[in-house]
Design a binder for this molecule. Structure first.
Ligand SMILES: CC(C)(COP(=O)(O)OP(=O)(O)OC[C@H]1O[C@@H](n2cnc3c(N)ncnc32)[C@H](O)[C@@H]1OP(=O)(O)O)[C@@H](O)C(=O)NCCC(=O)NCCS
Length: 160
């Protein structure tokens, strides 16, 4: 798995024995820790690893964009045009269990509480219905359609 911005660690360690098989079970099992260092990343933000019972199942975290160009950037370059994006990706076998929702919610809370970030967005391809649903469930609203290097992309905005 690519860890381009990885510098932090999210451990969604599960305290119960056995494997999580139902959404209800996942909801009962809260992530037990959110920890890690942001050292080494010029933006001070990055990707958290999502673990399920010590197995890596994906990543969730932040990328900084420049709103003028909608290219990835850094705080010192984008200055007041900097926009943090909350994004996630899980291995295919882990989809459909609510893990993305759980992990993204944890990082979203961390952003607001510990990083003082007021406004987050998710940049989602118009045909990526799963991601749209996760964003919607976290309270995001579709704001605009932009062009990025990968084509038309919807900006879903979360407000605190
Ligand atoms: C996006 C991603 C992390 C979501 O993971 P996930 O485990 O499927 O997410 P969840 O199970 O938490 O939620 C998915 C939601 O989408 C819904 N969904 C699934 N397929 C759907 C479809 N075809 N149309 C509409 N909704 C759909 C599910 O029902 C669920 O909503 P619900 O809880 O209300 O039922 C995962 O699909 C992934 O890694 N995709 C590839 C990378 C990616 O696209 N990342 C985002 C880039 S912007």
């Amino acid at each position: 798995m690519t860890r381009r911005h990885s510098s932090s660690l999210l451990e969604t360690k599960k305290s119960c024995a056995g494997s999580a098989t139902s959404r209800e079970e996942v909801r009962r099992r809260r992530p037990s820790s959110l920890a890690g260092s942001t050292a080494g990343n010029e933006n001070g933000v990055g990707q958290f690893i999502v673990e399920l019972e010590r197995n890596l199942i994906g990543r969730v975290g932040l990328i900084v964009w420049d709103r003028r160009t909608w290219e990835t950037s850094a705080y010192d370059l984008a200055a007041e045009h900097a926009q943090e994006e909350l994004g996630s990706a899980l291995v295919r076998s882990a989809w459909g269990n609510g893990y993305a929702m759980e992990a993204a919610q944890a990082v979203k809370s961390w952003c607001h509480r510990d990083r003082g970030i007021e406004r987050l967005v998710s940049l989602i391809a118009p045909d990526n219905l799963r991601s749209q649903r996760v964003a919607e469930k976290l309270g995001a609203r579709l704001e605009e359609r932009i062009q990025t290097t990968v084509g038309p992309t919807d900006v879903w905005a979360y407000h605190r």
